[in-house]
Design a protein around this ligand. Sequence first.
Ligand SMILES: Cc1cc2nc3c(=O)[nH]c(=O)nc-3n(C[C@H](O)[C@H](O)[C@H](O)COP(=O)(O)O)c2cc1C
Length: 388
Amino acid sequence: MSATHAEPLHAEQTSAPLTRLDRRAIEDIVRSGRRLLVQGGMGIHASDGVSGKVAAHRGARLVGVGTISAVLKTPEQLRAEIRRARQESQGGFVGVNLMAAINKADFELLARVSIEERVSFLVQGAGISREILRWCREGGVPFAGIVSSGRLAAMYEKWGADFVVAEGAEAGGHIGDIGHPLPTLVREVLAATALPVVAAGGVDASDVARFVAGGAAGVQIATRFLACADGDVHPAFKAMHLGKTADDVAIITSCVKGMKARAVRNAFTEKLARGEAVPPRSKAWWFGKDGYMGRKKACVECLGDGLCVCRTSGYKESFCITDALLAAAVKGDTENGLFYTGQSLVRIGERDVTALPTAAALLADLEARLAAEDAAFEQAPAGASAVA
Ligand SMILES: Cc1cc2nc3c(=O)[nH]c(=O)nc-3n(C[C@H](O)[C@H](O)[C@H](O)COP(=O)(O)O)c2cc1C
């Protein structure tokens, strides 16, 4: 890592490390007949407060794994969130999601905090940095890559990753190839790598058994954990996920490299559809007078050079993603917020925020369904394709 980050960030020694989720640990779990149930990391504080509760789950069929998102956290916020999850998980698996697309200095700093805290794994989404694998190797922290093709999975295997998360077009937030559904992708990735593969994107309780039977080491679920009783995300964000149909889902063009992203349709997505620009506003209300990482301007330059369509157009095109996602997750502003979601939101059954289950209850339900579906698979004719 760069010399600017060479000194310890905290004089105080970190507490006991989390349990390592490396390739061998996953293979042992699979050999024992269980699979991983990974909670996908969700940026801009959307998944805060959930990871430790998911990681506390150790069932007969599923081992819970929490993922904290480092995106738009100060080092102090990230460290506090890791420590909270560590305490709640009681020795479970808690990793950190980092995106190479975020400002390079922030990426390094937040990776360093995670490694200092000896998290169970680091998982890299949006963007590819090879350096992070070296930092993980040197720091003794397992590494996972999020992949949208077999080719990328094979590359990560060559680079020494411990596992991959195959994320299909049904996923939430930024999506890669919109025409690449998860069952097809999982088959492609399983054929391309010997690494454990976690299937992500649109998975709900009724899908878990078929991905497991198809050879996945586990599944990743994110959207469902937005709509649960735990979690710090604003109650209005949870409410935005209830009673929705396919017509309530919008695919927008993000300011991150002009990528496509999935969000709950609202006044803000309609504004984007009309081509309106939404320039950055001050974030002092959230980051305080010292700003984000000392950056006090309305644009805190959260994205890497050349990646932010908003910035490269002089704020004349697109929108400030930090403003829009913070407005949704922290303020619950249903007019001006951008509510990222996955396609599985249409399958969320509850209609009232007060009726939402806890993360522990969701996992207990998954265990029960998996037991029932396992029994159904055992009765299925031999040779039937598991990943339909
Ligand atoms: C609100 C929201 C924010 C997300 N933020 C991130 C992120 O910061 N980094 C990342 O790699 N994936 C992110 N994702 C993707 C999820 O981690 C997950 O892999 C994906 O949504 C598939 O699970 P799902 O279909 O159950 O949502 C986000 C998803 C949502 C819904």
